[in-house]
Design a protein around this ligand. Structure first.
Ligand code: KE4
Length: 426
């Protein structure tokens, strides 16, 4: 048995599914999860000493690669003076100032500890600020595991959502309505059927939890206009796109203004951090200055702030990394398409910025229904062929490949060579 297999045998006895987050269990692709022991730049090593080119990057946080020396130094320098105080620290102020400087249309920020917490809090704020109960989300978009977000399309599509997980009550789900990504008419129907009741529309500006599905031209601006027409708030869930698509995230990249923005991943630099942000008028409705309650023991934790701030400062100082990451992702996408054509493989490859995803379908993937036509068994085989060749991809079809600024030309060449061989082997 490998060390990873031995560890997984122990893990399943004390952790549900042997993991602390479901996707890590490799259930969608089969085989034994690799237990990672080290990350450096664009590479990770597992407990058996096997080296991989990493395109998960902790699901987005490692935009500059693993163990960036400046980030490690910032963490070390901070932690030697104590890890957490439950009292204000200067780093929280500097972090909020940095985010306000980088991100359009925000004046205030509240730090929390995960993307889930950021979304849960932003939804509560939207409801508190508008006095309305309903939320519109999109099928196939993921916003963390708060009850109101674990909702699927209900039978009465224009009325109530249905719980999408055991343990989520009908009461918690009933105020969440489901629309279709890249389909403005589906949003307008819900707004018209629930006049004056929709607090907010929440959207991933790039849907990166159904693989990678970019917004069609006009989709995001259309949401902005529909929200303005109906007095609803527009929430951009930028837990993935924030500071990744551009320094200012999707609002900068697409030129569309959101009312509230949620963040996670990159702002923690690898440490547990989330945040939500918006105008002063909205954010000052949050406790202690307003009636919308939200709190957290480790919110703004100084060590996490040190890591996140260091990462944002590097991104600010080196804006060239955005072009480099996009060029790298385009290189991989182009070669995947060439290999698919050469081997007559039914594949689509979506790419935007440093995000990309291969689908095993002949249907262009511009919505959730199309994404679901992908042959997930073929993706699983592709995943394992790539893993064998030292390329670590998301162990699920409905995730993204995350390219970092640390991926080198050698990494890219090795990746496309592995992909050529893997596609040939399908
Ligand atoms: P966390 O609670 O996992 O920090 O963030 C939830 C979340 C919110 N919004 C978006 C757009 C997200 O993508 C996420 C979490 N992303 C997944 C990856 N697709 C996390 C990986 C996992 O669940 O283990």
């Amino acid at each position: 048995m490998t060390k990873s297999e031995q560890l997984f045998e122990r893990a399943v006895k004390v952790l549900p599914g042997g993991v602390n987050s479901p996707v890590r269990a490799f259930r969608a692709v089969g085989g034994n999860p690799r237990f990672v022991v080290k990350g450096k730049g664009s590479h990770i090593w597992d407990e058996d000493g096997v080296e991989y080119i990493d395109y998960v990057g902790s699901w987005g946080p490692m935009v500059l690669g693993h163990s960036h020396p400046d980030i490690l130094k910032a963490v070390y320098d901070r932690m030697v003076n104590g890890l957490s105080f439950g009292a204000p620290t200067a780093l929280e102020v500097k972090m909020a100032e940095k985010m306000v400087e980088m991100v359009p249309n925000i004046e205030m920020v509240r730090m929390v500890n995960s993307g889930t917490e950021a979304v849960m809090s932003a939804v509560r704020l939207a409801r508190g600020a508008t006095g309305r109960d309903k939320i519109i989300k999109f099928e196939g978009c993921y916003h963390g595991h708060s009850d109101a977000m674990l909702v699927g399309a209900g039978s009465g599509a224009l009325t109530q959502g249905e719980p999408d997980s055991k343990g989520v009550t009908k009461g918690a789900a009933q105020d969440t309505l489901m629309a279709q990504y890249n389909d403005l008419a589906s949003v307008e129907r819900l707004l018209d059927a629930n006049p004056g009741q929709v607090a907010a529309v929440i959207v991933e500006p790039v849907a990166a939890n159904m693989g990678v599905v970019p917004p069609k031209d006009g989709f995001l601006q259309g949401l902005r206009e529909l929200c303005d027409k109906h007095g609803s708030l527009l929430i951009f869930d930028e837990v993935i796109t924030g500071f990744r698509l551009a320094a200012g995230g999707a609002q900068e990249y697409f030129g569309v203004r959101a009312d509230l923005v949620t963040f996670g991943k990159i702002i923690g630099g690898g440490m547990p951090v989330g945040a939500y942000a918006g105008t002063r008028a909205l954010m000052e409705q949050v406790a202690p200055c307003g009636p919308v309650y939200q709190a957290g023991t480790l919110s703004g934790n100084p060590v996490a702030m040190a890591a996140g701030l260091a990462q944002l400062e590097i991104l600010t100082a080196h804006p060239e990394v955005y072009h480099k990451m996009e060029t790298s992702a385009q290189y991989i996408a182009d070669h995947l398409r060439e290999s698919a054509k050469k081997h007559s493989a039914k594949m689509q490859v979506n790419q935007i910025g440093s995000l990309l995803c291969p689908y095993f379908t002949e249907t262009p993937v511009d919505c959730f229904a199309a994404a679901k036509t992908s042959d997930t068994k073929k993706y699983a085989k592709y995943f394992n062929e790539m893993l064998l060749r030292g390329v670590y991809l998301a162990p699920s079809q409905f995730e993204a490949m995350f390219v970092s600024s640390a991926h080198t030309q050698d990494d890219l060449a090795a990746t496309v060579k592995a992909a050529e061989e893997s596609i040939a082997a399908l």
